[in-house]
Design a protein around this ligand. Sequence first.
Ligand code: GUN
Length: 285
Amino acid sequence: MTATRVIDGKAASASVLAEVSAKVAGLARPPGLAVILVGEDPASQVYVRNKARQTLACGLRSFEYRLPAATSQAELLARIAALNADPAVDGILVQLPLPPGLDPAGVLAEIDRGKDVDGFHVVNAGRLATGQRGLVPCTPLGCLYLLRQTLGNLSGRHAVVLGRSNIVGKPMAQLLLGADCTVTIAHSRSRDLPAITRGAEILVAAVGRPEMVRGDWIAPGATVIDVGINRIPHGEGGSVLVGDVAFAEALGVAGAITPVPGGVGPMTIAMLLANTVAAYEARLA
Ligand code: GUN
């Protein structure tokens, strides 16, 4: 049995947020982050509220726009154009998913690439893929921070990324490649997933399937980063949050693992605010 280290994402997030606050205190004006939420998706409302609270707590300005689900593409694009032109706004985030009828790719393409603190614009995705400086998606950035903190130098390690989304899987693989890992991307159509994941020294699970990764999918001593946030029924009429990894089974096998909640989740907002400060600084440069 390995003594598994549980990685404390809250503590790591607090230290990133402290750095952000210290940096913001020394700037000529507070960086501004605009968040647009379209529709009434309950999970998105919770995320947006938390983002605004953290933004203010770190000394940044928060601009929040809640638009009705019936908002048209043209209305949303007009809002983005106004924020692109607003000198007090350094970062713009459009909460995903958008309600049916809106085209997310068309919306993301209109965000000023220098204010694209989610790193979802194709120019920023292309910069990441080609090793150029740009804004990088927050969740993978948070995962990389935790991996570096846990393992130090990542060079030469075999990393398996489970999932190929534009938000997590693909940028995560690019970041690991940039850190000189040997990277395998696996997904729902991959054959014999357990055989692939057992070869991983670093396993990043981002598939959105509750507890899909079992204990015997993990190599002894591997570092496991669980990006999943899945709400499943629990008890009488209740529910509980679980990750993409069967946490209890991973204990005693993995060398280190992020819990859900309290692992990757808190890192995402911290990296969003760090990206907003970076966007502010790049705009002045
Ligand atoms: N929805 C779920 N995750 C994210 C994220 O990182 N950014 C945005 N904009 N929406 C999301």
